[in-house]
Design a protein around this ligand. Structure first.
Ligand code: RIB
Ligand code: CA
Length: 309
């Protein structure tokens, strides 16, 4: 049976890879895509989700979410993703419109009505999910797992201490981390292993289909900051780690531990704090990814892209 999922995302180039992989995967049934601010503003992330789904001929509905953090100023990651968040001319403007229903209402309605538990794949700031839990705490009984990209057991990327998705809305992230819901977390410590090197980009291009070519080009566009700031030999494909784990969990080593976020202002604001030894004795609901079989990850990613247009 296909796993029912809702994709909460801020496309975003790496979010686009996640969506493509999920669309291609027979083992996932995408009930809807909810969008959040993040890499770029909500209007762009919503348009980009529609662009990607249209380009693949998918009629999966898109529900616009919340356009800013619970507290704090709006930031973006356009230096990585470009002004529109998806600088891919071949993926034209959206031909469909977003749903009139907002993301949080869709999440609550769908979870409450569902006869089976639903997995939420989150690859942006967690504001939509936090508001969902505040408005309808009962939905935790209908969530199979929240699989999310965010945080880091080592260093930050949007501050020395904090990863972008967490830093966008640390208070929302803490609400999710406190929730009595199974979670799997992909932080920079593991997603910075998933580097789209020239050989891996060539493998995408060698697929010979539109998807391989266009996504290879997007990966190259995404490289700029990774090469200049991190000295990587390619872009880090963060968000696809979530979908890859859902499809092939054996590709990743994970360890159950308590995770919290620093919500007090200062040097470590937005940093995830990992109690790997359970020193504080708090409840643990988060399986933290520590290592990846990177060749296996890219083999899966490339195989899924080969199944698309
Ligand atoms: O820090 C990387 C994360 O922030 C990824 O999800 C990327 O898409 C951005 O949202
Ligand atoms: Ca993202």
């Amino acid at each position: 049976m296909a796993i029912p999922v809702i994709m909460d995302c801020d496309p975003g180039i790496d979010d686009a890879f996640s969506l493509a992989m999920a669309i291609a995967a027979d083992d996932l049934n995408i009930l809807g895509v909810t969008t959040t601010y993040g890499n770029v503003g909500l209007s762009y992330t919503t348009a980009n989700a529609l662009r990607i789904l249209d380009w693949f001929g998918s009629d999966i509905p898109v529900y616009p979410g919340i356009d800013r953090a619970l507290l704090g100023k709006l930031v973006d990651a356009s230096e990585y993703h470009g002004a529109t968040g998806l600088e891919a001319p071949e993926i034209g403007p959206p031909t469909n419109s977003p749903q009139a229903e907002d993301a949080v209402s869709f999440l609550i309605r769908t979870l409450q009505a569902s006869q089976e538990k639903i997995t939420i794949v989150a690859s942006g700031p967690l504001t939509n999910l936090a508001v969902m839990l505040r408005l309808a705490p009962d939905v935790t009984s209908k969530i199979e797992r929240i699989v999310f990209m965010g945080g880091s057991t080592d260093y930050g990327n949007d501050s020395p201490a904090a990863e972008f998705n967490m830093l966008c809305d640390p208070h929302a992230a803490q609400i999710i981390l406190d929730a009595n819901v199974p979670k799997t977390m992909f932080g920079l410590n593991v997603t910075h292993q998933a580097i789209a090197t020239p050989a891996r980009v060539r493998a995408m291009r060698d697929l010979g289909n539109d998807t391989g070519r266009v996504f290879a080009d997007m990966s190259v566009f995404f490289e700029k900051v990774y090469r200049e700031r991190y000295g990587f030999e390619g872009s880090a494909l963060h968000d696809p780690c979530t979908v890859a784990w859902l499809l092939k969990p054996e590709l990743f080593e994970t360890r159950r531990m308590r995770v919290d976020v620093e919500t007090n202002s200062g040097l470590s604001f937005g940093r995830t704090v990992h109690d790997i030894w359970n020193i504080a004795g708090n409840s643990c609901h988060t399986d933290v990814a520590l290592n990846a079989n990177v060749d296996g990850f890219f083999a899966l990613l490339t195989d899924l892209l080969s199944r698309l247009r």
